[in-house]
Design a protein around this ligand. Structure first.
Ligand code: SF4
Ligand SMILES: [Zn+2]
Length: 125
């Protein structure tokens, strides 16, 4: 009797690009900072900077609808909101890449939130 071995549809060759990623030897936790960990987000984005396979990584994120962690220098929200007619900008405060919701937006969400918090504190005084 012969045994049929089922193999996954993908082959190792499909994932070779991963072996060229800047994050190959990086602890996966570093690439998946908590939502409110702005410093961790920036550190992960630095690892993606200049990654030779960022295009493949971004494509896979879209294909799998994977919005977890930092990929191609973008957070999940930034990738989800990525739209060719609405390209990412650099935050005027922290220089992180972010996807603006309005043309006039010049700060990333985290920096905008911080600025709002500081304004609210100032108003209480
Ligand atoms: S773009 Fe970032 S997350 Fe993707 S492979 Fe490169 S370093 Fe890793
Ligand atoms: Zn910022």
């Amino acid at each position: 009797m012969s045994i049929t071995v089922l193999r996954p549809a993908t082959t190792n060759a499909d994932h070779d690009w991963r072996l060229r990623g800047n994050c190959l030897d990086v602890d996966p936790d570093v690439m998946h900072p908590d939502d409110r960990n702005h410093f961790g987000e920036q550190e992960a984005k630095k690892i993606c900077a200049g990654c030779p396979v960022a295009t493949q990584c971004l494509k896979e994120s879209f294909d799998l609808r994977d919005w977890h962690g930092i990929r191609a220098g973008l957070t999940g929200n930034e990738r989800r909101n990525l739209d060719p007619t609405n390209p990412p900008k650099r935050c005027k405060r922290c220089n992180a890449q972010f996807v603006p919701r309005l043309d006039t937006q010049v700060r990333c969400r985290t920096c905008a939130r911080l600025a709002d918090g500081n304004r609210a504190k100032g108003a209480k005084r």
